[in-house]
Design a protein around this ligand. Structure first.
Ligand SMILES: [Mg+2]
Length: 265
């Protein structure tokens, strides 16, 4: 243990792999497109971080989607519709996952820093176990292989409930959530960590808040980059994140500050 940190619990897409959290986007847009409903990327990204079936439920509840669904089918979407959407989403998501398994910049170095200090590495995700069975081995081959992985369908309640974080503690054999730090690129992922009693770190530039690949981010005009950076920082701070960073490359330095001045976040 270093600085009183026993474990860091990371999110997957947008935090440790898949710069910009792009993998889930096309599948969500596609299952609604098949029903004649056009989703913007911003709409599709809104509920990111929750269980993928819950994500579909939330998209169905968007006023614009609800109106379009009513106009097309003469009724509001129900649970059976969400089940059908999810059944179609799963193979689409499984098919695209291999393209989005690359660790974000600094991921391997941050993991090595944690391991050198005996800090355990846990993970939670909005993906299901079947999806993680595709993603995790590819991420491992690319250099990211956490000690523990809990998927959204392996607990009674996924984010923003704390269940996945608490299951991480159980699997790691750790008693104290106060000695753990949750790192995530979404509001629900920060809420998950807070509700588990953990310190939380938000990441903005690699995640869903910007929604950009490394190349797209590098190509952003400086003014626009700063505008979107500030908006992302504000959202994750408002969610309660103790610390907000550009990405996990900055985590080692941030942990030192976070654990020395835990109330200053
Ligand atoms: Mg994420």
């Amino acid at each position: 243990m270093h600085l009183g940190v026993a474990a860091v619990i990371f999110d997957w897409a947008g935090t440790t792999v898949d710069h910009g959290c792009l993998s889930p986007l096309a599948p969500f847009v596609e299952v609604f497109r098949r029903r004649g409903i056009a989703l913007t990327a911003e709409q599709a990204r809104g509920p990111m971080g929750v269980h993928k079936r819950t994500h579909l439920e939330r998209l169905c509840a968007l006023p614009a989607v609800l109106a379009a669904w009513q106009a097309r089918f003469g009724r509001a979407p129900g649970a059976a519709d969400v089940d059908a959407l999810f059944a179609e989403l799963v193979p689409l998501q499984l098919a695209v996952l291999p393209r989005f398994a690359t660790p974000v910049p600094g991921c391997q170095a941050t993991m090595a820093w944690l391991r050198e200090r005996g800090i355990r590495i846990g993970t939670t995700t909005g993906y299901t176990r079947a999806m993680m069975d595709v993603l995790a081995p590819l991420a491992a081959a690319a250099g990211f292989s956490p000690d523990v992985l809990v998927a959204a369908d392996e607990v009674a309640h996924a984010r923003p409930w704390p269940d996945m974080c608490l299951r991480n503690l159980e699997l790691l054999g750790l008693a104290d959530p106060g000695a753990c730090v949750k790192v995530d690129d979404t509001v629900v992922g920060i809420e998950e960590g807070l509700r588990a009693g953990m310190r939380t770190v938000g990441v903005v530039m690699t995640g869903n808040e910007l929604g950009l690949t490394e190349q797209e981010l590098a190509a952003l005009e400086p003014v626009e980059r700063e505008r979107r950076r500030a908006a992302g920082y504000a959202r994750l701070r408002a969610a309660g994140a103790h610390v907000v960073l550009d990405g996990i490359a900055e985590l080692p330095a941030a942990l030192e500050g976070l654990m020395r001045h835990p109330a200053a976040g």
